[in-house]
Design a protein around this ligand. Sequence first.
Ligand code: ATP
Ligand code: MG
Length: 764
Amino acid sequence: MSDPFELGDPEPASAPAAASLRPASPPRYLLDLNDTQRQAVEAIDGPVLVLAGAGTGKTRVLITRLAHILLSAKARPWEVMAVTFTNKAAREMKERVAGLLGQPVEGWWVGTFHALAARMLRANAEVVGLKPNFTILDTDDQLRLIKQLLDAHGIDDKKWPPRVLSGILQRWKDRGLTPDKVSPAEGSDAAGGRALELYADYQARLRALNAADFGDLMLHCLTLFQSDPAALARYQRQFRYLLVDEYQDTNVAQYLWLRLLAQGHRNICCVGDDDQSIYSWRGAEVGNILRFEADFPGAQIIRLERNYRSTPHILGAASGLIAHNTGRLGKTLWTDVGSGEKVRVRGVWDGEEEARVVGEEIEAAQRGGLRLSQMAILVRAGFQTREFEERLITLGIPYRVIGGARFYERQEIRDAIAYLRVVVQPDDDLAFERIVNTPRRGLGPAALQTMHRLARDRQIPLTAAAGRLAETEDMTPKSRKTLGSLLADFERWRGLVPVMSQSDLAAMVLDESGYTGMWQQDRSVEAPGRLENLKELVSALDEFESLGGFLEHVSLVMENDEASDGDKVSLMTLHGSKGLEFDLVFLPGWEEGLFPHQRALDEGGVGGLEEERRLAYVGLTRARQRAEISFAASRRIYNQWQAALPSRFIDELPAEHIERVAAPGLAGYQSQRPMVSDSVFSGGGWSGGGGRRRAVTIDAASWHAEERPSAADRFQVGERVFHQKFGYGRILDVDGNKLEIAFEKAGNKKVMDSFVQSATPGPS
Ligand code: ATP
Ligand code: MG
């Protein structure tokens, strides 16, 4: 008899098999669950929704359930589908199921939505007009294709950048809308009213190329189910059991796909947490989880309340925070994990100090026996990783960036560095080649080829070849002119190296070359993050003695990048941390405008704020033993220091679960809340919006051992003062603890009184 776990054709089975795998006594894996979890595992038949808070064992239930279904011979491996969100989660799920069963699970229907839909589509490609070997396009190919279509339609791609259009098409696909289903009204405002027409053309082009983009994987499956009911019926018969993790973040297309597949046997088990819905910006609909009972009448709703992950203080802090959201289902969570330490909330002077303190804490924890893989730094915005990466490299602590590239490996950072390399070193061919046509300035492959030919021929660097070509007739007059002015720009920038600060010069190079502008015009979801990264890079430059010193540093940092799989600290965004857990979690940058992020507030209003709060909840609940929140009092944007305010989320943490610590430089730091008008993260081009600002109140008494008199008692208008970062200045206005000061070098600023000293010798 063949092995029941061997994968044959995914033929539907008429009767359950694998009886030989039935364990003799109550299986061990069920004993490892609490009663409610066990109920969720054993309620095999009919629809089940496990709706429960973080760390209550939802993923564990799902995995055990999969094993249980197979071991109790309810279905054979190819009759069960288990879906999850990220590749990392899918890998872990496979490993854990394989561990429980003592069997490899290759070839089973366990994976991400994308992977499973692609598999289905390959088996039925003809129905949607593709061949089984269709290509899945990456983003670059996708954008190139859209650009061609824009050209063909005579639409200005400056006004309607391909990325914007690609975003619009993606949102339609997320909602399960093929071109014929998009309402004309909705399609009317983009691309001069022709977005819908472009969508139809784009789909036709993809078919002609035998290609699909990521959004198509799900969309084509829906079309398949609609146009070939027999195929749908086959899958409905095949999948006796459906299991879905992180259900709160499914989009409409995924939801429809699941619902159709589940209509056969109606054995669908979804697990999720409405408080952890953090992907609405990618089309996720938390409503899907709320509608479950209506979609599957008679569904069992199981709530898990015992949290196995975190200490009571961590759980208390997270629960207190999320309670500030309205319109949630609400849950009780308890734990009997030992009491543990309070969540630490630390005020630091600036980002550098924040990174230094985190580095010290990591070293101390390591000395205490904690493995690096049990520690994570979770940031709100990608640019924040730089300061931590630098610090970890300096300390020789290995780290990995999960779900993204290391700071200096990011596309826009590499481009910017290439510009700086050519400024410092005109013979750097690789760098020159990288940016000669980025942003696009009409110096495409043909022009580059001509430059290369001459360079090879004469054994000279590319820029030298370019210089000669700019003066001869070997290129079109237009290319010659562009090349000539680019070279002249580099010449000019090079001349400024001795007289300008690195930061100012880099900002100038990036602006004048059109590089910053390229991303400013780009309205894709990634563009603002890339601009933030560029600002971070420019700000960081002044930490180095010279541009050359910085470039040297970067090459050393890059070299540090060994590929070993050893014990490493994890760095990732809060979004990327969903479902994961670590003993020690650092949550830096809890400042107004950064977290909650100004963009989320500007674009999403109250809904945006609540999603940010859920993100904070996700972050806190990743921690098992210890969570450390920090906020900086000032951040450097370009070469300007700006004041920052603690995040409102800090105020929302219940006092009994947190311990406030101030770094030495901030002793006496008052956070009795002024409205600071030049908050780092609002205005000034940082987030594009003037922004809402609000006063934040922190209970000063619990923050400080000693009360300090208000600024009005200590300072007077007109007084000359000294500020630790901005230097000398004269007070223009005193308002509570806030001073408005005309600094001699830094101009007018509003600052906290705690950072200011009188510069005139006083009576005391
Ligand atoms: P999240 O909402 O963050 O995705 P979750 O609800 O999926 O969390 P799991 O990751 O499944 O929670 O479980 C959290 C931790 O608790 C894991 O380390 C898991 O092994 C452990 N755990 C869950 N249930 C039990 C149990 N009955 N006994 C012991 N440990 C458990
Ligand atoms: Mg989980």
